[in-house]
Design a protein around this ligand. Structure first.
Ligand SMILES: [Zn+2]
Length: 202
């Protein structure tokens, strides 16, 4: 694919990284988390260029796939028949891509995690100008979930939620909501807002 360098406007041919099988190339895990696998050096000016492109991340051990589809148009339907039990997710940003991978690697229910993010967002927005909330880590010692809230001035604020909140939400979504399998599903804050309405109605 052709990527225009934002620094010198040179048009460079970049070999697209359109598929990652993390069991076969585990060394890419860290490069996904720090996004270096999407960075290339412009041969003209030497600056680093971030080339965001559709990329399918496949984790066979943990049975999930996350499809990064950053383009405006809707993603084409998957051309393969995923094995039963696989979680299939589609995301449209690099932050959501690495976040979703972290959540699913831990074996967590990402629907419950998105609902936690929404509840946290609704709490924090009274005092802070939050633009994005991302899952940061799960602390196995305390059972707490930690999130990072990105504020409009670029500052970051950490916030925690207890594991009990996760377990309740995970039980609610499991028992009361149906999530399609067999096709890629978008589970994000927008999904969480709709899910929360449904959970309150039932
Ligand atoms: Zn350049």
């Amino acid at each position: 694919m052709i990527v225009t360098c934002p620094h010198c406007q040179a048009e460079n041919e970049v070999k697209p990284l359109d598929h990652i099988n993390i069991d076969r190339t585990p060394e890419l895990r860290q490069k996904v988390q720090d996004l270096s696998c999407f960075r290339t050096e412009c041969p003209n000016c030497g600056e680093t260029v971030l080339a965001v492109q559709p990329c399918l991340y496949h984790d066979m051990s943990n049975q999930f796939m996350v499809w990064l589809w950053p383009e405006e148009e809707t993603a084409p339907r998957a051309e393969f028949d995923p094995l039963a039990g696989y979680k299939l997710r589609i995301v449209d940003s690099l932050n959501a891509f690495r976040e979703k991978i972290s959540v699913l690697e831990l074996g967590l229910d990402d629907r419950a995690v998105e609902l936690m993010k929404l509840l946290l967002f609704m709490q924090l927005k009274h005092d802070l100008d939050v633009v994005e909330i991302l899952f940061h880590e799960f602390d196995p010692r305390t059972g707490d979930f930690r999130f990072v809230a990105v504020l409009s001035d670029g500052a970051e604020q950490y916030a925690a939620m207890p594991g009990a909140a996760y377990r309740k939400l995970a039980r609610d979504v499991e028992e009361r909501l149906f999530t399609q399998s067999g096709d890629f599903v978008r589970i994000d804050l927008e999904w969480a807002a709709q899910a929360l309405e449904l959970l309150r109605e039932i």
